[in-house]
Ligand binder design. Structure first.
Ligand SMILES: C[S@@+](CC[C@H](N)C(=O)[O-])C[C@H]1O[C@@H](n2cnc3c(N)ncnc32)[C@H](O)[C@@H]1O
Ligand SMILES: Nc1nc2[nH]cc(C(=O)O)c2c(=O)[nH]1
Ligand code: SF4
Ligand SMILES: [Mg+2]
Length: 193
């Protein structure tokens, strides 16, 4: 759908330069999704793997974030192998709703109520990023924290439009449950892609 070189705005790698590859297509249907224009894959041009690698490596940074849409709707083996061969570190942003494919240096799983994550993807996650839309999401976050590996980093990120109401609850929750960390969509505050 789009490619852009920016700063990773969310989660563990916040603040690090990264080239984003946003793949079109998603059927998870989050009511609050901030890139609904990504849902229809056919609405976007197809780009070849060599062209993506060439664009990604035209910048000083070598971290590539594969996002979407839901990137795991596709077999990401060929794309991630080509990026690795070009010296890139491959990071993914996924809901975990489809089987894991590809070669990854960092896996961020952000599970959704609208289409449950697969246990195998949760088990492979380096980072679990729960979007907090209402109070019930804290209990839901704990359910998923029980399904990730022991070393997985745990993040609570406010849904953007609900942040004014949810942020005080998130702050209190993290103070009481310090295995969790706060994640903010810092790129939205910085007004960068
Ligand atoms: C647009 S999604 C694409 C990747 C994948 N489909 C997923 O949901 O993880 C990228 C990240 O943005 C988060 N996100 C989407 N809409 C959001 C919103 N309104 N507020 C906060 N985070 C949001 C998702 O949970 C996910 O972590
Ligand atoms: N700067 C920036 N950081 C991000 N982290 C995850 C994003 C995404 O939409 O997957 C995203 C994004 O869209 N922009
Ligand atoms: S899974 Fe990701 S891309 Fe798909 S609707 Fe939800 S937030 Fe948007
Ligand atoms: Mg985004």
């Amino acid at each position: 759908m789009e490619q852009f070189y920016t700063i990773q705005g969310e989660g563990f790698n916040t603040g690090r330069a990264a080239y984003f590859v946003r793949l079109g297509g998603c059927d998870v249907g989050c009511v609050w999704c901030d890139v609904k224009e990504s849902w229809d894959a056919d609405a976007h041009p197809k780009v070849s793997i060599p062209a993506i690698v060439a664009s990604a490596t035209a910048h000083a940074g070598r971290n590539v974030v594969i996002t979407g849409g839901e990137p795991l709707m596709y077999n990401l083996g060929p794309l991630t192998a080509a990026l690795h061969a070009a010296g890139c570190q491959n990071w993914i942003e996924t809901s975990g709703a489809y089987p894991l494919s590809g070669e990854w240096d960092w896996i961020c799983v952000s599970p959704k109520k609208f289409k449950a994550p697969l246990p195998e993807v949760l088990a492979a996650a380096h980072e679990l990023k729960i979007i907090v839309f209402n109070k019930s999401d804290f209990a839901w976050a704990e359910q998923h924290a029980a399904l990730v590996s022991p070393g997985c980093r745990l993040y609570l990120q406010p849904e953007w439009s609900k942040a004014p109401q949810m942020m005080p609850l998130i702050v209190d929750y993290v103070k009481e449950n310090p295995k969790w960390q706060v994640s903010l969509q810092t790129h939205k505050f910085l007004d960068i892609p």
